[in-house]
Design a protein around this ligand. Structure first.
Ligand SMILES: [Zn+2]
Length: 347
């Protein structure tokens, strides 16, 4: 376990082909009942093992027990009707069939506690757990009850906070909220987005993180990115607000993106998970590619606050591609560790 430049993945990893369709995002399960329960647990063990083998420092469950990063959480809540679906535009970008909020939302029991305990039992390294952020949750629903994005986000923030506290008690070291919606809805972001996120993270002693990206490497996102011009400056809206917030860590997309790297300066003082692996391209980065990204970024983030990572989840990639990308990430970080220790004669 490296304490300098600890590596991690954003969240999801590909699922084994006996559990879900390969290289397919949000694929239905191939098993059911007790076989599914056991299959998910086996997949979680494999995901941990693959991260260990690759040399990743902070271990995730690879999101092996969820079909979708938002709806799997929402499925466990009361007040949401999954039969009564509506088609809505997600992230202002693509249409999807989503569940409807029909009454007051509530969490009757833990959603991920058993899975987090299973992860904790399988590694002695620090672990990270991902949850959807409040704004991204409301953007993946049709709301017939509250009829206020802000009010519903606040209710979800309270529910997320209950869940996060249980995960923390189970030994989760980093709790990460995924908020790709922060790169799209800038008025909401300023008015209540960061406040709702802080509410979700309130009172946690674990490290709290927010992941903001340009999405999985799917067609709708690739096409959207093509419209964003030569410089992607969306982070300029969220980073100053997050720098002032109670959130400890920010996870961002960097390698192969058009994000001007100097925007990371806006986060100075926070921990930064930098995407040094492209998840939209099956080509494997070399360790030197990873090191090159990290060297650039180190001009804008203190070395003791840098966490080399992937741009987003790797669920849609082939398993071997994800393994090789994790190995490259770990090897690239090692190049920079050696450079940093060589530059400090006292160590
Ligand atoms: Zn992402």
């Amino acid at each position: 376990m490296n304490t300098l430049l600890p590596t991690t993945v954003v969240g999801s990893l590909p699922k084994p082909s006996w559990l879900a369709e390969s290289e397919t995002l949000w694929s239905p399960w191939k098993l059911d009942g007790e076989e599914l329960r056991e299959g998910k647990r086996d997949a979680l063990s494999l995901a941990v093992d693959e991260q260990h083998q690759a040399g990743i420092d902070i271990i995730s469950d690879g999101e092996q027990t969820r079909q979708h990063f938002v709806t799997t959480f929402i499925e466990h809540l009361s007040g949401v009707d999954f039969e009564h679906r509506r088609t809505v535009r997600i992230r202002d970008r693509y249409d999807a069939s989503v569940p409807t909020v029909v009454g007051a939302v509530g969490r009757e029991r833990s959603v991920f506690l058993d899975d987090a305990r299973a992860l904790r039992a399988r590694t002695s390294q620090p672990i990270k757990w991902t949850l959807p952020g409040p704004m991204t949750m409301i953007d993946t629903l049709y709301d017939e009850h509250y009829r206020s994005r802000e009010e519903l986000a606040w209710e979800f923030a309270k529910i997320l906070n209950q869940e996060a506290k249980e995960l923390e008690a189970a030994g989760v070291d980093i709790i990460q909220f995924d908020e790709p919606a922060f790169n799209v809805f800038f008025d909401d972001l300023k008015e209540w987005g960061v406040a709702a996120l802080e509410r979700a993270a309130e009172g946690l002693r674990s490290t709290t993180a927010v992941h903001i990206c340009y999405g999985y490497g799917i067609k709708a996102n690739t096409e959207w990115k093509a419209t964003l011009g030569s410089e992607w400056r969306q982070y300029e809206m969220s980073f100053p607000l997050l720098q002032q917030s109670t959130i400890d860590m920010v996870s961002l997309e960097c390698h192969n993106s058009r994000v001007p790297v100097e925007l990371i300066e806006l986060l100075r003082g926070k921990k930064v998970m930098v995407g040094a692996i492209d998840v939209a391209d099956g080509a494997i980065e070399t360790p030197e590619d990873v090191a090159g990204t990290l060297r650039q970024v180190l001009r804008f983030v203190d070395a003791d606050k840098l966490y080399p990572s992937t741009n987003c989840g790797m669920a849609p990639l082939a398993r071997q591609v994800a393994r090789d990308k994790m190995t490259a990430l770990a090897a690239g970080a090692e190049i920079i560790r050696a450079e940093l220790s060589g530059a400090a004669p006292s160590t």
